[in-house]
Design a protein around this ligand. Structure first.
Ligand SMILES: NC(=O)c1ccc[n+]([C@@H]2O[C@H](COP(=O)([O-])OP(=O)(O)OC[C@H]3O[C@@H](n4cnc5c(N)ncnc54)[C@H](OP(=O)(O)O)[C@@H]3O)[C@@H](O)[C@H]2O)c1
Length: 240
């Protein structure tokens, strides 16, 4: 990637998206980040480094009022949820909230970016799903349903927008970020979680951000319509 690349990151202030911004700025990419808070983007290392932050809540706010770049080579939608609970007490309203954040707002943001992605001639869009879509995991009704819908939309958009815009998903398993803090709040929980993975550990933001940076780059120019599992082996293998 180079300073000819401009990526719109919905998110960027913490977690996987902050690590992605760090990787992309190392590669001289320009970034426009849209999130509710500036978070880690306020660090000195990002000052004067091609990063513009726009404060906006993409669920309750209005992205159409935000002035976005006119040409983009990349788009990444990072907001997501990990709301866990048994189906016997699942609530329709909570399911709706997860669809608003993971699906409806993702579509609104992507729609706003499509003209600029077309303008660049070779745009790449990346969305985040979860390992729980294709690998049934107890208590994951809300997020599996919402991310499953997002995966289906991403595949549809890939078909509709080829060859000018590529669209792919990444399906992570547990990654240590502010979003997953409750699941990793004690040493016992960390040990128990790590033991679930064939690769012997849960993931880091860098494990996922590296895949996102690859999908945004021309090195992945023949990949579209895919969901790539980055999950320490959880969805694909069982060690004996
Ligand atoms: N962490 C995991 O274990 C895990 C596992 C599977 C899938 N995933 C998926 O991977 C993606 C990234 O996860 P993460 O752990 O990095 O999440 P995170 O730490 O919660 O970061 C999400 C980013 O999106 C922004 N954001 C959230 N809601 C927003 C809103 N309404 N308007 C504007 N910006 C908003 C946040 O910024 P502000 O808070 O400043 O707005 C933040 O920069 C998510 O889609 C998640 O579902 C994560």
């Amino acid at each position: 990637m180079s300073n000819q690349d401009h990526v719109l990151v919905i998110g960027g202030s913490h977690g996987i998206s902050l690590e992605l911004v760090r990787l992309l700025t190392e590669r001289d990419c320009q970034i426009t980040a849209v999130s509710r808070t500036r978070g880690g983007l306020g660090d000195d290392r990002f000052a004067g480094n091609g990063v513009t932050h726009i404060e906006c809540d993409v669920v309750n706010g209005d992205l159409s009022k935000v002035e976005l770049p006119t040409s983009l080579t990349g788009f990444v939608y990072c907001p997501g949820s990990i709301r866990l609970g048994p189906v016997k007490s699942a609530k329709a309203e909570l399911l709706r909230q997860d669809f608003e954040l993971n699906v409806v707002a993702a579509m609104n943001c992507f729609q706003a970016a499509i003209p600029a992605l077309r303008q660049s001639g070779s745009g790449s869009a990346v969305f985040f799903s979860t390992v729980a879509v294709n690998h049934g995991i107890a208590m994951h009704s809300y997020v599996a349903a919402a991310k499953g819908a997002l995966q289906a939309l991403a595949k549809t958009w890939a078909a509709e927008l080829a060859p000018k815009i590529r669209v792919n998903c990444i399906a992570p398993a547990l990654i240590e970020t502010p979003l997953s803090a409750n699941l990793l709040s004690t040493d016992e929980k960390k040990k128990a979680m790590a033991e679930k993975y064939p690769m012997g550990r849960y993931g880091t933001a860098n494990d996922i951000a590296e895949m996102a940076a690859f999908l945004l780059s021309q090195r992945s120019r023949w990949i579209t319509g895919q969901t790539l599992g980055v999950d320490g082996g959880m969805s694909g293998i069982v060690p004996l």
